[in-house]
Design a protein around this ligand. Sequence first.
Ligand SMILES: O=C(O)CCC(=O)C(=O)O
Length: 292
Amino acid sequence: MLEDLAKRHELVSDLFKVPKSREEWEQYQLTEDQVEFYHENGYLAGIKILEDDQIEALRTELSLLVDPDHPGNSLFYEYNSNESADPSRILFHALGHWRITPGFHDILWSPAYTMAAYQLLGGPVRFWHDQIFYKPAKDGGVVAWHQDYSYWTRTIPLNHLTCWIGLDESTLENGCVHYIPGSHKWDLLPITGLAGDMDAIKEALTKDQFEKLLNPFPVELEKGYASFHHGLTIHGSFENSSPRPRRAAVINAFIDGTRSDNAEPMLEGTDAIPVGKGMGGTFYPLLKENLY
Ligand SMILES: O=C(O)CCC(=O)C(=O)O
């Protein structure tokens, strides 16, 4: 078995560099307008995270990780590959790859990500978990409308942030993420499923909310660029009807001080965090403690 990179809370490769001075950090800093836009709308799009060589390295790692016989396979928290059974589902959705390959480990400390995350959360950034959403070419799978926090209520209170980073350009044709602007101000909605019926959430919405669902904002991005969203922002994505894959690396985080509300291990194969205790330890590293 491979080394579990979760034990390493620092860079393990040369792919990224952590700035050493305030000046070096400042190049990544969001403007006040961007932070305000996020708080108003529940998302912020168009933040560059990756250079081309970093994208190539991550694509190569991903091409190895999708092999069910990859030697690091037992370290995934979740691994949903669906080569045959149900063509309406996304082919590959996994959690935990930061434990397995150096690039997906080190991307958590990429300065453009940690700086933006610090500003949008309003304080120190603690890692929750990662995700890969890989839609193969001509894949019929959708990611149905949902709020991320509906899956995360075992961690409290809510101050959670998702960063979606494209390893390919994302377009309307290949199933880019769509947001419902302002939906982060709605109540927490029940889980209505991620696969299959795009509109399953409809049953939980008021008439007014449903009308807003009919006018989503599509986030089209160049490869290497990211969008950020709040834990309550409703989002989803349609099928990839293009002849190319649409691959994305997602980082989920919360503000430091977020506590466990669940006595069981939060993710498969991890240590339990007692109820009331701050999230931390091997699986939940602090990614950025101070602004500079
Ligand atoms: O990549 C997608 O299509 C869905 C992403 C998503 O649901 C998320 O980042 O929370």
